[in-house]
Each structure stands twice: as structure tokens, then as C-alpha cells.
Write a protein that binds this ligand. Structure first.
Ligand SMILES: Cc1cc2nc3c(=O)[nH]c(=O)nc-3n(C[C@H](O)[C@H](O)[C@H](O)COP(=O)(O)O)c2cc1C
Length: 161
């Protein structure tokens, strides 16, 4: 059973959670990076508008072939109550995602809004079923038990593959 972690992280929090869960569960990681990278000014102006509109950023890598994996773990920071434009692009870039299962998680300051439902919907458009989801508020990302709960969710989902 192979697990692929796919995430974007602007300030490092989503990367940290993904890294800790991957250390516990194993698997490969793909960090998507928007082109051009955001600055503090463009993240809160351009980035929030693009997130709000569900826009896809140009990203590296441009194509994400997941045909060799059984389970996807997709992590996003919350921007303007939505997934980031880089994560929108990551979902759009998936190839071979039909029939796969996914665990999704978001990290946020405290207001995730519609991030998870919209991500679930976007993945459904790729033929991928979300079997687990978790939101981390700012304080949760330092909570080892909450991170362990996500690791257990991923391991359980991987075990069912
Ligand atoms: C441009 C921008 C917009 C944000 N919008 C929200 C938001 O709508 N709701 C929220 O709870 N947190 C919001 N945040 C906080 C981030 O979601 C939170 O700090 C997240 O954990 C950052 O993850 P990262 O370090 O992986 O980028 C925003 C942060 C940025 C930079």
C-alpha cells in the first residue's frame, strides 16, 4: 500500500503537519509551489481573491501522477475560508486519481470556512473519494495528540486500501 502526501505550505505549518504524519505513516511527499511565490502582500491581496474564486495557480510540479499510489493525503492552508490556489491547482494536476481514496486536512487560524467541503467536491471531480478529513486550528498544530489522530486516520485508511 503506497501513500502520497500532496500539500502546499506558505508559512510552514501545513508542511510541518504533513511531515510529522508522513514520518509516522511512511509514503512519498510532493510539495506544490506556486509560480511566482507569494509575498506577504500578494498572499493577502491576490492570493485571497484567487482562493475565494477557486482559481488554480501555476505550480511546480505541473503534473502529479498518482497512478502508483493507493491513498492520497492532501493538505492545504486556509486562505479566505478556502483551499489555496496552489492546492486547487494540485487537485487539477492529478493524473490517475480515478478510484483512489483520500484523506484531506487543512491548517488555519481558526476559521476554515468551506475549505474541506470544497476540496472534497474538487476531488470527487477527479473520481477520488475523501474517506477522512481533519482541520487544525493554530493551537492544534502544536498538539502531538491531534497530529497522532491524523496519523491514525491515514494508517486506518491505508489499511483499508
Ligand atoms: C493569505 C492568507 C489568508 C488566510 N486566510 C485565513 C482564513 O480565511 N481563515 C483562517 O482561519 N486562517 C487564515 N489564514 C491563516 C492560515 O490558514 C494558517 O496560518 C495556516 O496554518 C498557514 O499554513 P502554512 O504555514 O502551511 O501556510 C490565512 C493566512 C494567509 C497567509
Amino acid at each position: 500500500m503506497k501513500v502520497c502526501f500532496i500539500y502546499h505550505s506558505y508559512s510552514g505549518i501545513t508542511r510541518k503537519v504533513a511531515g510529522e504524519v508522513r514520518a509516522a505513516c511512511g509514503g512519498d511527499a510532493i510539495e506544490v509551489v506556486p509560480r511566482p511565490r507569494y509575498t506577504p502582500l500578494t498572499a493577502y491581496t491576490l492570493g485571497c481573491v484567487r482562493a475565494r474564486n477557486g482559481t488554480c495557480d501555476p505550480i511546480d510540479p505541473e503534473v502529479i501522477d498518482v497512478s502508483g499510489y493507493d491513498l492520497l493525503v492532501i493538505g492545504t492552508p486556509v486562505w479566505a475560508f478556502r483551499a489555496t490556489p496552489a492546492v486547487n491547482a494540485a487537485v487539477a494536476a492529478l493524473q490517475g486519481a480515478e478510484g483512489k481514496r483520500a484523506v484531506v486536512f487543512a491548517t488555519c487560524g481558526g476559521s476554515p470556512g468551506e475549505t474541506i467541503p470544497r476540496l472534497r467536491e474538487a476531488l470527487a471531480g477527479k473520481g477520488t473519494r475523501v474517506v477522512g478529513e481533519m482541520v487544525f486550528m493554530r493551537k492544534d498544530t502544536e498538539d502531538a495528540e491531534k497530529v497522532a489522530a491524523l496519523s491514525r486516520m491515514v494508517m486506518n485508511a491505508a489499511g483499508e486500501s
